[in-house]
Design a protein around this ligand. Structure first.
Ligand SMILES: C[S@@+](CC[C@H](N)C(=O)[O-])C[C@H]1O[C@@H](n2cnc3c(N)ncnc32)[C@H](O)[C@@H]1O
Length: 235
C-alpha cells in the first residue's frame, strides 16, 4: 500500500490524507458561483470595509513581527487589504481571489503585486511549501464545513512555517449577523464552535490567538502539527 502524499511533501496519515482536491459535489460548485456573484455585486461598498479592517490587520502584524523576508500567500485576498498590510511590512505577497471586481481594486492598491484570479478549489495545482506563511481573512466563516476543511488542509500543505487566520470568534453585532446571513448559510455553524475545533479538523494546532475588536479574532496555526513529517517550530 502506498502512503498518500502529505503536507510539505512529507507523508501525512492525519485527517487531510487523500484530500488532493476540493469537495466535488455539485452543491459546492453552485454555492461558489453564487458567492463570487455576491462579492462582485457588493464590490463598490468594499472601501468602507477596507477602512475598518486595515488598522486591525496592521496592529496584529505589528505584534506578530514575522520576518519581513517571509513570503506570504493571502487566500481570498478580496481588495487586498491584508495583502497590503503585509506588503507595508516588507513581505512579498501573492493574493488569490475569484471575484474580479474586488481584485481590480487590489491591483490598484498593490501595483505590480502578484494578484491572481483563481478559485480556491484550484489550490491543489500550486506546489507544496511554496510560501513561508499562508494568511486568510474573513474567508472561513462563509465556507461549507467540507470546503473549509479543504482550504485549511491546503493552507497547511502550501505553508512552510505558519498560517494566520482572521475571522469571527463568536456572534457579532446585529448588522454583522444580517450581512453574513445574506452572504450565505455557513456563518451560524462557524461561530457556534470554537475556532480550535475547525483547526483540529485539518489537524492544525493553534499556536497563538487574540481579538481585534469586539467581533474580530485572529489565530496563528502551525502546519504539520502532530504529523510524522512535523512542522517547523515558530520562532
Ligand atoms: C469577506 S471577503 C474578505 C476579503 C479579504 N480577505 C479582506 O479581509 O478584506 C471574502 C472573500 O473570499 C473570496 N472567496 C470566497 N470563496 C472563494 C473561492 N472559492 N475562491 C476564491 N475566492 C473566494 C471572496 O471573493 C471575497 O473576496
Amino acid at each position: 500500500m502506498t502512503t498518500p502524499p502529505g503536507r510539505n511533501g512529507g507523508t501525512f496519515p492525519g485527517p487531510c490524507a487523500g484530500d488532493a482536491r476540493a469537495p466535488d459535489n455539485a452543491g459546492d460548485a453552485v454555492e461558489r458561483r453564487r458567492t463570487r456573484r455576491f462579492f462582485n455585486l457588493v464590490a463598490p461598498a468594499f472601501h468602507l470595509i477596507d477602512r475598518n479592517l486595515i488598522p486591525a490587520y496592521r496592529e496584529v502584524l505589528e505584534g506578530l513581527r514575522f520576518p519581513p523576508e517571509d513570503t506570504v500567500l493571502d487566500l481570498a485576498t478580496g481588495t487586498g487589504t491584508l495583502a497590503l498590510a503585509f506588503a507595508e511590512r516588507g513581505h512579498t505577497v501573492t493574493g488569490i481571489d475569484f471575484a474580479g471586481r474586488l481584485l481590480a481594486r487590489a491591483r490598484r492598491r498593490l501595483p505590480g503585486g502578484d494578484l491572481r484570479q483563481m478559485d480556491l478549489a484550484e489550490l491543489p495545482s500550486l506546489p507544496a511549501a511554496s510560501w513561508d506563511g499562508v494568511a486568510m481573512a474573513y474567508l472561513l466563516h462563509g465556507l461549507s464545513p467540507a470546503f473549509r476543511r479543504f482550504v485549511l488542509c491546503e493552507a497547511a500543505r502550501l505553508a512552510r512555517r505558519w498560517i494566520l487566520v482572521f475571522d469571527y470568534p463568536g456572534p457579532g453585532p446585529l448588522i454583522v449577523r444580517i450581512i453574513e446571513r445574506i452572504e450565505g448559510p455557513h456563518y451560524p455553524g462557524f461561530i457556534a464552535r470554537p475556532f480550535e475545533d475547525h483547526a483540529a479538523e485539518a489537524d492544525l494546532a493553534v499556536a497563538g490567538h487574540g481579538v481585534t475588536s469586539h467581533h474580530g479574532g485572529w489565530w496563528l496555526l502551525r502546519p504539520g502539527a502532530g504529523t510524522p513529517s512535523g512542522g517547523e517550530e515558530l520562532s
